[in-house]
Design a protein around this ligand. Structure first.
Ligand code: PLP
Length: 386
């Protein structure tokens, strides 16, 4: 009888797995072979070779990732930035134009403002909450519109439905970086997005031990990106594929716990007299709360906040917490804390950060799997000391 694979928890374990199991192995074996014997392939892109992302370790991930987001196809890449850069290069072409949300991961922002213009690719930034203003930014060369599900580091949720409608109305490819939400909290293909991108370094792998990326969505577009990746070479190696596959199996239990824990911590911070501002879409005070309730299945494990006293107090707080590790990145089992002005968004000028609403003293917190009470106790002590 065929397996019943419906819920995301079941897909994480069973979707896309080889049948029958290879040699009976319950865990996917690592195919550490650069090349594979010919089986009558017709084109260059079908030869089996690690750089062409078609070893058994790649293919199992492609099937599973597509199933998780109810999308047609998926492709893994060597990092989140490889997924983003390869996708944009594949879709925009020379002299292409992109509309992108104004508050984005700093690496993406740098790629759009520092690297792509040299190739003739231009970007105009748009306010994700103001669809009426997008039309005036369209040009003859606009090919795509790019947003993040939950924006980094202010945790805003843009008008995602309007993005899909706008893209459909104007013949653009709609692209969304779904890293912060993960497929547990949001599945872009269900809303009609053409492509969803991930830094699998974060929630999908979840253990802070690899960098990896993914492109998930319509098969003809994923194929186009895959062909570009075959030439640019930013592919995931089989051992990293194995680690990503292993980490992904626990995605749902991790993310659901992180959703709950982050909401409790956000509420604690919001009620604390030394905290000036908390950014978390699960809080009723968030300007995007109602939209987040409507669009997302969970508010995520990321929050950001400002303490009274600016940069000095923020540095004092980070120095006094004992459980979170002061390090960039997010989405792992351990809580991580950073100041975006010095880490993820340091590539932006102070003026650009200020325009995007990112205070110099803003603290970003990635909630891990520690007990929520222990994290709150740690925060209470650090707030008293800073
Ligand atoms: N997208 C988002 C939202 C991120 O936060 C990051 C990294 O922090 C990236 C993409 C880039 O991912 P990677 O570091 O795997 O290249």
């Amino acid at each position: 009888m065929a397996k019943v694979i419906r819920a995301i928890e079941t897909k994480l374990i069973h979707a896309g797995e080889p049948e029958p199991l290879i040699g009976g192995a319950v865990a996917m074996p690592i195919f550490q072979s650069a090349t594979f014997a010919y089986r009558g392939e017709q084109t260059y892109h079908d030869l089996r070779y690690i750089r062409l992302s078609n070893t058994p370790n790649h293919e199992v991930l492609h099937r599973k990732l597509a199933a998780l987001e109810n999308a047609e196809a998926a492709l893994v890449t060597a990092s989140g930035m490889a997924a983003i850069s390869t996708t944009l290069l594949a879709l925009l072409g020379a002299d292409g134009h992109l509309l992108a949300q104004d508050c984005l991961y700093g690496g993406t922002h740098d790629l759009l403002t520092s690297d792509l213009p040299a190739l003739g690719i231009k970007t105009d930034f748009i306010d994700g909450n103001d669809p009426a203003s997008w039309r005036q930014r369209l040009t003859q060369r606009t090919r795509a519109i790019y947003v993040e599900t939950v924006s980094n580091p202010l945790m805003g949720v843009a008008d995602l439905r309007a993005v899909v409608e706008f893209a459909n109305a104007h013949g653009l490819v709609s692209i969304i970086d779904n890293t912060f939400a993960s497929p547990v909290n949001f599945r872009p293909a269900e809303m009609g997005f053409d492509l969803s991108l991930h830094s699998c370094t974060k929630y999908l792998n979840g253990h802070s031990d690899i960098v990896a990326g993914a492109v998930i969505g319509r098969s003809e577009l994923v194929r186009k990106v895959a062909h570009k990746l075959n030439h640019l070479g930013g592919v995931l190696d089989p051992h990293a594929c194995f680690l990503l596959h292993r980490g992904m199996k626990t995605l749902a239990v991790r993310v659901r716990y992180q959703n709950e824990s982050a909401l409790k911590i956000a509420r604690f911070l919001e009620a604390h007299p030394k905290v000036r501002q908390v950014n978390y879409p699960g809080l009723e005070s968030s300007p995007d709360h109602l939209r987040a309730c409507e669009l997302l299945d969970g508010f995520g494990g990321m929050l950001s906040f400002e303490v009274e006293g600016g940069v000095a107090a923020a540095n004092g707080f980070i120095a006094h917490v004992t459980l979170p590790i002061s390090a960039p990145s997010l989405g792992g089992v351990e809580s991580l804390i950073t100041r975006p002005a010095t880490t993820s968004h340091s590539g932006m000028s102070a003026e650009e950060r200020s325009r995007a609403g990112i205070a110099e003293g803003l603290i970003r917190f990635s909630v891990g799997l520690e007990a929520t009470e222990d994290l709150i106790e740690d925060f209470t002590r650090a707030l008293a000391a800073c």
